[in-house]
Design a protein around this ligand. Structure first.
Ligand SMILES: [Zn+2]
Length: 99
């Protein structure tokens, strides 16, 4: 019998991934197709998110690799997104240090 489990692991976003995320966030782009979209799920428009989920679930794509390359955002911890400029800048700086 096979069962699907999910494991937590730490992934470091590489420099090109950080740059991709910054560009997409600044311009309101989907991380998948890089088209303008204001309704994003983990940084992806709905068609890109659904395609990505399908490929991850089928084992064709590795979620960790996608997060590392800035092609999907990590799952959020919930709550409202930060809007305070000091908080937002601090998070960007932390991501840049980590990457
Ligand atoms: Zn897209």
């Amino acid at each position: 019998m096979q069962v699907l489990i999910r494991q937590l692991k730490v992934v470091t976003v590489n420099n090109s991934g950080v740059n991709r995320i910054r560009k997409a966030a600044k311009e309101g782009l989907c991380l998948g197709c890089m088209n303008l979209n204001d309704q994003l799920i983990r940084g992806l428009c709905s068609p890109c998110y659904q395609a990505t989920r399908r490929l991850i679930n089928s084992g064709e794509l590795d979620e960790g690799s996608l997060v590392r390359d800035g092609r999907i955002l990590a799952k959020s911890k919930g709550g409202r997104p930060a809007t305070n400029p000091v908080t937002v800048e601090s998070k960007v700086a932390k991501q840049a240090e980590a990457g």
